[in-house]
Design a protein around this ligand. Sequence first.
Ligand SMILES: Nc1nc2c(c(=O)[nH]1)N[C@H]1C(S)=C(S)[C@@H](COP(=O)(O)O)O[C@H]1N2
Ligand SMILES: [Mo]
Length: 558
Amino acid sequence: MSTTSRRYAALAGVTAAAIAIGIAEPVAVLTGPRSAPLVAVGGVVVDAVPESLKQLAIDIFGTADKIALLVGTALLLGAFAALLGMLAARRLALGLTGIAAFAAVGAAAALTRSGADAADALPSLAGGGLGALVLWMFIAGPLELDPWPWSPPTPIAPRDEAPQAPVSPAGPMTSDHLPVPVTPAAPPEPDVPSGRAPGEGVEPESRRRFLTGAGVLLGTAAVAGLGGRWLAGWRGVSAAREAIRLPAPVAPAPALPAGADLSMAQLAPYVTPNFGFYRIDTALVVPQVDPATWRLRIHGRVRTERTYSYADLLARPLVERYITLACVSNEVGGDLIGNARWLGVPLRELLDEVEPEEDADQVVGRSVDGWTCGTPTALLRDGRNALLAIGMNGEPLPVEHGFPVRVVVPGLYGYVSACKWVTELELTRFADFDAYWVPRGWSAQGPIKTQSRIDAPRARNRLTTGPITVAGVAWAQHRGIRRVEVRVDGGPWQEAELAPTVSVDTWVQWSWRWDATPGEHRLQVRATDETGETQTERAQGVVPDGATGWHTVTVTVR
Ligand SMILES: Nc1nc2c(c(=O)[nH]1)N[C@H]1C(S)=C(S)[C@@H](COP(=O)(O)O)O[C@H]1N2
Ligand SMILES: [Mo]
């Protein structure tokens, strides 16, 4: 095939794929956003890729890893589609088979997501069908080029002599049934020297039709795709969420002591605003859970299984507590941590109502999308403020933070406790069930490790000789922070000043006055928790149960 033909064929393939994926989106508005082929396949990939690769993606793209995955998938798909187009130009049946295979993969992916039903195959099947139609239109239908450029042009042979080159398996459908050029009086095409512009050798009228068709179809795909996504969002739960008026807590959060927040530039605020709160989950599209139909079923190894509605929760005495949530994937010095004021029902009370059996040492939280986490039953009943949360910083939970209901447990990493969009709590045993991250290489137990971070100054700040405030945060949820120390260039540890805090369940801000001297300096921090244990210097990565080591920042003073 000549370069020219390859370009046309690739364009046909890419347009067919764009239509397939674009059209699937509005269909997925009816069947649920997780049934859209890109999202379904992406979801399977997220669940299946080895942990090391996922960590690499998080390292490179941070919390934009999902967007990176979708863009990467789209690029890969585009390349495949181009190849498929070229294949179709040689043998249409092969191209169509390729599209059918892709549709089958999309449908299969959608069907295997947890909670899927037969309708979830529809977006992929509808998209595949239309994609195949478009491919046919370009290769052998109304948008077909006249004559086919699929084989190298033979400039010597005058076009109205001898059968033209296209001896394609799809042969009989060639140009003879196409309209003759509209302008029979048009001057004959100039002879074609080698190194021609793409498309030359093809009737200009048919070329125009082909390219216009591709443009219109690509536009249609974009409008359908973006429109579908928009509609899905509009059909989502934001309206239901906005209509909610949260009751006042019977046990409000303690007032913040003066000075809990040093309000310093670069230093993380004591309370993390909702819009700035880190987000980590495996959901490629945010689950839309209607509070009117939401239920929480607590079952398994219990004496009395119970089910609660959202209204049931609102009617109960609510407590409000500051709790700092942290991700096990947070590197030393990282920002996958945030502190919020959570409103909810004490989980202990709900567990008392279902009466767990003595040997039920694990409570498995299950999200509407099938994600699970396993929490030690004992920790949920030991008096700490483990909450079934409905509010975050005075608002109903933001949709991406688990609306309408999630779990928050002080002292445990999110992956073993903080189930968002929770719909089930199952009492079981660690010996009987591994939650989502456990078979993927993470520890079944995930107590938060004592950590500290330098927020100011940062490595690239321009610093001048003289007094400088070094500041940051330290955390050891549910144990509390007793001491934070800073040292410069490996010198003696110096005690930092701790800001007041509301409880042992939140982080604490710290600051330290440094008389900076010119040159390059290495600042290091370490914290000691209220049990007297000082955080270890030993550097360990985040797998399997959280990073260790001292946060170190190198700065230059002039
Ligand atoms: N349904 C669901 N809940 C989930 C997760 C998830 O992937 N799915 N990830 C957990 C992890 S690893 C963390 S660190 C916290 C993060 O909560 P956030 O996104 O509200 O900060 O949610 C937890 N809850
Ligand atoms: Mo996490």
